[in-house]
Design a protein around this ligand. Structure first.
Ligand code: EPU
Length: 336
């Protein structure tokens, strides 16, 4: 089924709570319906959105927005050790994670409570507490917008890296994802080394799938705003990666600075810590600020327009550059 809406309000489709309108908004509930629509041809720019939890509308969108309503969670095969699960791109991410935990399938529990939908998880390579979606994805099915042709991407084709995939890079806005297939484990192999996760899990009675999910939900709820209450798009910036020599110089000047050495020799810095050090928790703009428990999250304090958020973000970037000499890049996609 295809539903086409003209002059469609986007308020319910972006967690930042920005009022904007799309010239056309297309919802599809199967790959076949989408192919049928694309074969008729359309002109102008296009955008694919999921739960709208990682984007910022700079203004009205003068083009066609596609949103998947493809549902369903299907087991393609299983062995003694693992299970292959094919999921519709319109399935809510956290409902999918919850379902996996109920089934006793391991792998995604650290990614509990991330807002958004399954299709977007394969684009953004969502990650938290030491796990990234790309670690578990084996296949992505998509439709090429130009040719209306179905395509399959293996994990290697997707070129997953920190908050990155081919769908954000070279192939940006060329494909619409319809299904994602994950390989999940049937036996325990918990990853609890990030921050205070192990401590929280122990408090709950030890490492089980349900306890890890609960611990992650509790940590996230304490640090990150609930999109239903405060408009935001989660982490607004990416954590910057710098050369080891730069990190060493910064550590000398700022001994408390959190640093995470990477296997390649470079060092990941904490953007949230640097933003807090620049004083942004105490100096919001009129409509925009950072969240009091996590400065990496830019929030809509009420009535913000896309331009207000962009101006605020530019001021944050400039202050971090001036104090630490480090360039912050946006995690959030700004839609012009
Ligand atoms: N910190 C501060 N002040 C702040 C924020 C952080 O001092 O305002 C410090 C923390 O105390 C800690 C360090 O910075 O020492 C790292 O903070 P945290 O563990 O909260 O993680 P993060 O690096 O800020 C990343 C992801 C989050 C993810 C967490 C946990 C990115 C851009 N963000 O945040 O992802 O939940 O790690 O894995 O990589 C998202 O993408 O929307 C998101 C929430």
């Amino acid at each position: 089924m295809i539903k086409v809406h003209d002059k469609y309000p986007l308020l319910k489709h972006n967690t930042f709570g920005i009022e904007a309108t799309a010239e056309r908004f297309v919802e599809f509930s199967s790959a076949e319906a989408l192919v049928g629509f694309l074969k008729e041809g359309f002109s102008g720019k296009s955008l694919v959105i999921g739960g709208g939890s990682n984007l910022l509308f700079a203004g009205d969108f003068a083009g066609t927005i596609f949103h998947s309503r493809i549902m369903g969670i299907e087991v393609l095969g299983e062995s003694e050790n693992d299970v292959l699960v094919r999921v519709g791109s319109g399935v809510n991410w956290d409902e999918f994670v919850g379902y996996c935990v109920e089934q006793g399938w391991h792998g995604l529990e650290n990614l509990s409570l991330i807002p958004g939908e399954v299709g977007a998880s394969a684009v953004q390579n969502v990650g938290a507490y030491g796990v990234e979606a790309g670690d578990l994805i084996v296949k992505v099915e998509a439709i090429e917008i130009d040719g209306a042709s179905p395509c399959v991407f293996t994990n290697a084709d997707c070129e997953y890296a920190y908050r990155h995939s081919i769908f954000k890079g070279a192939e940006k806005e060329k494909y619409i994802i319809t299904h994602v297939t994950f390989r999940l484990k049937k036996h325990a192999g918990f990853k609890l080394s990030y921050g205070n996760l192990k401590e929280k899990v122990d408090e709950l009675g030890g490492a089980t799938l349900a306890n890890v999910r609960k611990a992650v939900c509790e940590i996230r709820s304490a640090k990150l705003p609930d999109p239903a209450e405060i408009g935001s798009a989660g982490s607004f910036f990416m954590n910057p990666v710098v050369a080891a020599a730069v990190a060493a110089r910064l550590k000398e000047e700022y001994p408390a600075m959190p640093q995470y050495p990477l296997a390649c020799g470079d060092v990941k810095l904490s953007a949230g810590w640097m933003i807090e050090q620049c004083g942004w928790k105490d100096t919001p703009h009129e409509h925009v600020g950072v969240y009091r428990h996590q400065a990496l999250v830019v929030i809509n304090r009420g009535g913000a327009k896309g331009g207000d958020v962009i101006a605020f973000a530019a001021a944050v970037v400039a202050s971090v550059k001036e104090k630490f000499g480090v360039e912050l890049n946006m995690e959030v996609n700004v839609i012009e």
